[in-house]
Write a new protein. Structure first.
Length: 178
């Protein structure tokens, strides 16, 4: 996603002793800023971090920043889907509009220097479908493709995904400085 930049990409695997920070923000942006600042201070290098998740209108934006922890962090996604469909049925919201959101922050050890947000709009599928992707992709129906994001190719998903959009903005920033 960052092809075309003059930046050497290094993952957190290079710093195995750095523990992950708690994600206590109430927004994706707060969590992305906190993670980017924390890792930049801990490593001393320019750091990009993101926070992302699924917002469902019929559930008041839930699971939102709790997407990974919805129904319990170690709960398998098929069980998360079942609980989510139960909540949607109680709310009368099966098929609800929904979106994936990605907030990205770029930090030096001293400050946040760039932020971007990416979204992809869709709706909750009537039932999970597809074996590709990860996380909530099997229940996220993307109308232009007439399929869930778990039913599309990685290339199709990257072209429209929330992370793809945010990282393309970061790539442009890194390439141009603006």
């Amino acid at each position: 996603m960052l092809a075309g930049t003059a930046i050497e990409i290094v993952t957190l695997d290079a710093w195995p002793s750095i523990a992950a920070p708690a994600e206590t923000g109430r927004t994706f942006e707060e969590n992305a800023r906190a993670k980017a600042g924390y890792y930049a201070a801990a490593t001393g290098v320019l750091t990009a971090a993101e926070d992302s998740g699924l917002e469902i209108d019929a559930l008041g934006g839930a699971p939102g920043v709790e997407s990974a922890r919805y129904a319990g962090e170690s709960t398998p996604y098929p069980e998360k889907f079942a609980r989510m469909y139960d909540a949607l049925d109680r709310a009368g919201g099966r098929g609800s509009p929904a979106r994936f959101v990605c907030a990205l922050a770029l930090a030096t050890p001293e400050r946040i220097v760039f932020e971007a947000r990416g979204t992809v709009e869709g709706r909750i599928a009537p039932a999970p479908a597809g074996a590709g992707g990860f996380g909530y992709d099997p229940i996220f129906f993307y109308p232009p493709y007439r399929r869930t994001l778990a039913e599309v190719t990685p290339e199709e998903k990257s072209a429209v995904s929330h992370r793809g959009e945010a990282f393309r903005k970061l790539r442009d920033y890194l390439a141009t400085g603006r």
